[in-house]
Every structure is written in C-alpha cells, then in structure tokens.
Design a protein around this ligand. Structure first.
Ligand code: NAD
Length: 428
C-alpha cells in the first residue's frame, strides 16, 4: 500500500480530522499544535471538539502507532514527505484573511524540511498564498500545493472519508499528484489544477453557499409579505436538480467560522483585483438584514418593546451537531436582543456552561426547563433536532408568555398550538 510520512500543522477541526483520517488510511502522521494543553489531551485521545467518530479514530491511530501529537511545528516536519498547514486564517483588518499563523508555521519549518517535501495549504487562504508560501520557504528543492478542505463541522470525519471531491492545485504537477495519491483509497473524484484556481475553488464554493442562504432568507421575507410559505417554495425549488435540496432552509442568518470570514475575504480579493463583486456585497448585506428582521420578529412577538423582557434562547452553537460558537448567528442575535434590554437565559445541548469571553450576553443553563421558566418567549436559534420532541405543554406551563419564535422553522406548529403556544417562524 502507498504509505507516506505526513505532518499536519494545527490540531483544530480541519487539522485533527485530517490527521486522524490520514492515519486511518494507513499513513504515518505527526500532528503539531502550539497549544500544549491540547496536545497533552490529544495524546490521551481526549478530543474537546464535538465530532462524531473523531475521538475513536484518534484513539485507534495512537494505538496503531500511526498517529502522534507534538508541540510545535519543528517537532513534526523533519521526516515528513508532505506537510499540511491547517492553521487558522481568521478575518483580519478590512475583512482580508489574516495569514499570521500560516506565515509563523512556514517560518518555523523552512530550514527543517527534507528536500522534495510538499507543503500543502489546507487552510482557506487567498489566491496567491501558495506562491507566497514558496517565497517564504525560500528554497527551490521543496514544493507547495493547495488542497482546500470542504468538511463540515458536526460531520467532519464522514465528510473527510466520503468527500464529494478532492481538489489539489499546484504549479508543480508532480506535487499535486503526490498529494492526491494520499487520498487514493477514498476513491473520490479528484480534480487537479493550478494553485490559484484551487485557492479560489474554496472561496467560490463557500460564497456560493452563503449566497444561496441569503437568497432563501430574502425569499422567506417575500413569502411573509405575500402570504406564501417558504417551506413549500423551497420544496418546489429543490426538486430541480440544478438547484438541489440542500442549503434551502431559512434561518437567523448564516454564520460560523467559515462563511462570514470567507465572504469578506473574497470581497477583498475581488476589490484588490479591481472587480466590484456586487452580488457578494448583496449576499453579506442581506445577511446583516436578516438578524435585524429576527430582532423585529422577537420584539413583535412580545408586544413591541424588548426592554426588561425575559427571553429563553434555545441553541447557541452556530448550527446543530457542533459546539462551535465562532461567529454563531445565535450569539449575534443574543447580543442584539441584549442591546435592546432583554434578559436572556440560554440552553444548548452541546454547551452546558458559560464560555468565558464568548457567552457574556446570556446566562447559560444546562437544561431547557431553566431557560423556559418565566420566559415571555422562547426563541429557537439552533436547529437541534431534540428541540422538536420537548414536552412543549409542560414548558408552556412554566413560561410567563405563551410565545415561541422559531428562527429555524424547526418545530411542529401543530404541536406548539396544541400546547397552547403561539409560534412565529420565518417565511410563513
Ligand atoms: P481551529 O481554530 O479549529 O484549529 C486551528 C489549530 O491551529 C488550533 O488548534 C491552533 O492552536 C493551531 N495553531 C495556530 N497557530 C499554529 C501554529 N503556528 N503552529 C501549530 N498550530 C497552530 O481552525 P479550523 O476550524 O480547523 O480551521 C483551520 C483552517 O481550515 C481555516 O483556514 C479554515 O478557514 C479552514 N477550514 C475550516 C473548516 C471548518 O469547518 N472549521 C472547514 C474547511 C476549511
């Protein structure tokens, strides 16, 4: 079998998943992080992120001697044939991607790499970063490739092991082939291309998804004005194979660790290239408008004024199936409600307690009853499926008001009605 010595830099959602999955494919993997505590925990197969199957895969990799965790780039790269950069690229000044972590990792590895090593950008990085990394490496005996990652939080292992496609870009064809060969066992469609195109694929895909969601949210608003139901409209649209069923669900606005930063980054990339990307600007503006619409909806539901009103929030994570709070629309809505004077108590099944510096706008409780108690309204912000089967009649009995604002159109309206609750959804 084709086995490679692989280094993975960064043990977050992308890095840890890649490291554990590549080890499960038979490769010899060393995964490095700067966070010593995280490395300590991972050596004991303790995974702090909420990803089905990941702790098991990490444990199996360690037990098989194929997966190792180290602190610092220098301890991972010396023997590697392929080095994956999976470090954060958050939104920097003016919206552009901040490449400090990429640059720091490259600076640390440049004199340690064996000749012939391929350094692979798996982080989402602007067009031109592969060329920039090669320049920073300052060597003509190593290669750089771009291999954007498309996994989704909450199903990261499944997405990595069963990808819709694998994209590898390099201006050195042999390097791209060597990287794609690591995934050969997955049998996924593989597209090889130049580095700049591969870098753009990731932004193009994420911004398209953001645009799809903004479009649906805008249609939902129109449905409300016209007396139509967005669920019927999207069902009718989704059967068209050119459109597809997914990403047609209205909500409180898109968020998470990728879409906001990637839309802003692509806007910057376009601007720098002299292209006025009006469609992307409209996508972002529509999303901003969506949060304001939701605040208006909640205010109307409790009689107009939010000052001093006690609200129970259901969900804090940016989507169901994860405990990731980065750029969560739920937190954005919470902040806006708080600014209007509301008192907020929140429950999320994946976030049992307050997170310092993150959940300051809300009191976090560890069961739904506490969130509902004396609440004038409950506001569903994350689409956790278990919210559907709550004992709504019992919750209604403890609430001060009898109103639910369901920003995800998650709950069964008939069930709520039978429980004596008035519900307000989006786009119906
Ligand atoms: P993350 O924050 O979960 O993980 C990044 C890890 O890198 C952290 O553990 C951090 O301690 C570590 N790190 C930072 N600087 C380092 C350095 N110099 N050396 C070693 N380790 C370092 O981030 P993530 O969500 O995995 O995202 C990583 C990249 O992948 C980003 O560019 C992101 O846009 C992209 N991406 C993310 C997802 C996703 O769903 N999270 C999906 C596809 C692509």
């Amino acid at each position: 079998m084709f086995v490679r010595r692989v280094a993975v830099i960064g043990a977050g959602y992308v890095g840890l998943t890649s490291a554990a999955c590549l080890a499960s494919l038979g490769h010899q993997v060393v995964c490095a992080d700067i966070d010593e505590k995280k490395v300590e925990q991972l050596r004991r197969a303790e995974v702090q992120i909420f990803e089905p199957g990941l702790p098991e895969l990490v444990g199996e990799g360690i037990a098989a001697g194929r997966l190792e965790f180290v602190v610092g780039v220098r301890n991972a790269v010396r023997d590697a044939e392929v080095v994956f950069l999976c470090v954060p690229t958050p939104m920097g000044e003016g919206g552009a991607a901040d490449l400090k972590a990429v640059e720091a990792a490259v600076a640390e590895m440049k004199d340690l790499l064996a000749p012939g090593t391929v350094v692979v950008n798996k982080s989402t990085v602007p067009v031109g970063t592969a060329a920039r990394v090669l320049e920073l490496l300052g060597r003509d005996d190593v290669f750089v490739a771009s291999n954007p990652e498309f996994l989704r939080e909450g199903s990261a292992v499944k997405d990595f092991m069963h990808p819709d496609r694998i994209v590898v870009g390099s201006d050195a064809q042999n390097a791209a082939e060597r990287v794609s060969a690591l995934y050969a066992r997955l049998g996924a469609p593989t597209v090889l291309m130049d580095a700049a195109s591969a870098e753009l694929v990731k932004y193009s895909a994420n911004c398209f998804l953001a645009m799809k969601l903004s479009y649906v949210n805008a249609m939902a608003e129109l449905c409300e004005r016209l007396g139509a139901d967005i669920a019927n409209v999207t069902e009718g649209m989704g059967f068209d194979q050119r459109i597809g069923q997914s990403f047609l669900q209205p909500g409180p606005g898109w968020g998470g660790s990728c879409l906001p930063k990637d839309t802003h980054a692509l806007l910057q990339i376009a601007e720098a290239a002299g292209h006025d990307f009006e469609l992307l600007t409209a996508t972002i503006n529509t999303n901003e408008k969506q949060s304001r619409l939701i605040i208006g909806k909640v205010a109307n539901a409790v009689g107009g004024d939010l000052k001093g009103r006690k609200l129970g929030l259901l969900g804090l994570a940016f989507k169901a199936g994860t405990n990731d709070l980065r750029d969560s629309p739920a937190l954005k809505i919470a902040k806006m409600l708080k600014a209007e004077g509301a008192e907020l108590v929140a429950y999320d099944p994946a976030i049992p307690q307050a997170v310092e510096g993150v959940t300051g706008d809300v009191t976090v409780v560890d069961d739904v009853q506490q969130a509902a108690k004396d609440a004038e309204a409950l506001v569903v912000l994350t689409e956790w499926p278990q919210f559907r089967s709550l004992d709504w009649a019992a919750l209604a009995g403890t609430m001060a008001g009898q109103v639910v604002v369901d920003t995800r159109n998650l709950l069964d309206v008939d069930v709520l009605t039978r429980a004596g609750l008035t519900s307000h959804g989006v786009g119906r």
